[in-house]
Design a binder for this molecule. Structure first.
Ligand code: NAI
Length: 330
């Protein structure tokens, strides 16, 4: 088709934006035959830096880039967008409590949800990368009453990809041999990367590893604390990998998952696997025609149950905190 897909990116002048915009513009999201128009939102003081990034986008002469608009007014930038990638968020500053962090981000994601509600295209799909991603998604969703809840999701694909990479290295197999990885719960240190339903060359991953000690004491904490390890090594938080995961997430949501595989997405719970309804929690999902479905019928043993429950309890606490702050509508 020749009508460009309109893709909004917030926090476009940030670290993740510096990688993400070029991936989208070069066709990584929708392929080489679909032109994209970028709609970039920043706060006013970052617009000048963003203009510089746009100069670089121009200089790439990407055949798939049909246009770029930038601005600091969400209602203008989000007008008619088909995909919204909400990356810009307020990082935790020194001495900031978790409640302060949730409140500061509520001040970003409540109005952005309301702006999307007002001006986005009817088919809009919204991905929240900015942390705390799950609860920011919950806030945006609750402030957008006319957009169906299933159009909001938060990014746990980076954790999913990290889990695949760790397992691939452990077993010495290519990442393409690994299927059905699942991240459950919150995009935080409590997340649960699950090897009991994953497959390696068609065989159960946990059985193939055959080492519960490695699974518990190495695999899970390595995946869950990978973000901190990157900061320690690089002196800055993961950006290119977060951008890549955002592209993977949005692409699979738009174009679908293969028949023999699933992906991890944080989506609005319908009560599946005992996750309270309405929480934005990570699940194994399949996607067809732009719609996700939570994979049903997986057996959850006591070990997995406890891990999922702990992460979901954290999400429930965050929901309670932002509800008390008046950030949840409806
Ligand atoms: P960054 O600080 O380099 O960039 C964030 C940008 O957002 C800044 O340019 C800032 O001006 C902008 N911004 C702030 N408030 C805004 C608003 N109201 N509207 C539009 N733009 C706004 O941060 P970076 O490294 O790009 O990370 C962005 C977010 O992604 C952070 O919250 C980070 O924690 C999160 N993240 C999430 C991951 C995930 O797997 N879900 C992985 C890595 C990072």
């Amino acid at each position: 088709s020749t009508t460009p897909v309109k893709v909004a990116v917030t926090g476009a002048a940030g670290q993740i934006g510096y990688s993400l915009l070029f991936r989208i513009a070069s066709g990584s999201l929708f392929g080489p035959d679909t032109p994209v128009e970028l709609r970039l939102l920043e706060i006013t003081p970052a617009l000048k830096a963003l203009e510089g990034v746009v100069m670089e986008l121009d200089d790439c002469a990407f055949p798939t880039l049909a246009g770029v608009e930038i601005g600091d007014d969400a209602e203008k930038v989000f007008d008619g967008v088909n995909h919204a990638l909400l990356v810009g968020a307020r990082p935790r500053g020194p001495g900031m409590e978790r409640g302060d962090l949730l409140e500061a981000n509520g001040g970003i994601f409540a109005p952005q949800g309301a702006a999307l509600n007002k001006v986005a295209a009817d088919d809009v799909h919204i991905t929240i990368t900015g942390n705390p991603a799950n609860t920011n998604a919950l806030i945006a969703m609750s402030n957008a009453p006319d957009i169906p809840n299933e159009r909001f999701s938060a990014l746990t694909r980076l954790d999913h990809n990290r889990a695949i990479s760790q397992l691939s290295a452990k077993l010495g197999v290519p990442v393409t041999e690994i299927k059905k990885m699942t991240i459950w719960g919150n995009h935080s240190a409590t997340q649960y990367p699950d090897l009991f339903h994953a497959e390696v060359s068609g065989k159960n991953a946990a059985e193939t590893v055959g080492d519960q000690e490695w699974l518990e004491s190495t695999f899970i904490p390595t995946v869950a604390k990978r973000g901190a390890a990157i900061i320690e090594a690089r002196g800055a938080s993961s950006a290119a990998s977060a951008a890549s995961a955002t592209v993977d997430h949005a692409r699979d949501w738009a174009l679908g998952t293969p028949a023999d595989n699933w992906v991890s997405m944080s989506v609005c719970s319908d009560g599946s696997y005992g996750v309270p309804e309405g929480l934005i929690s990570s699940f194994p999902v399949t996607v067809k025609d732009g719609k996700w479905e939570i994979v049903q019928g997986l057996e959850i043993d006591d070990f997995s149950r406890a891990k999922i429950d702990a992460s979901v309890a954290e999400l429930a606490e965050e929901r309670e905190a932002v509800t008390k702050l008046g950030l949840i509508k409806g």
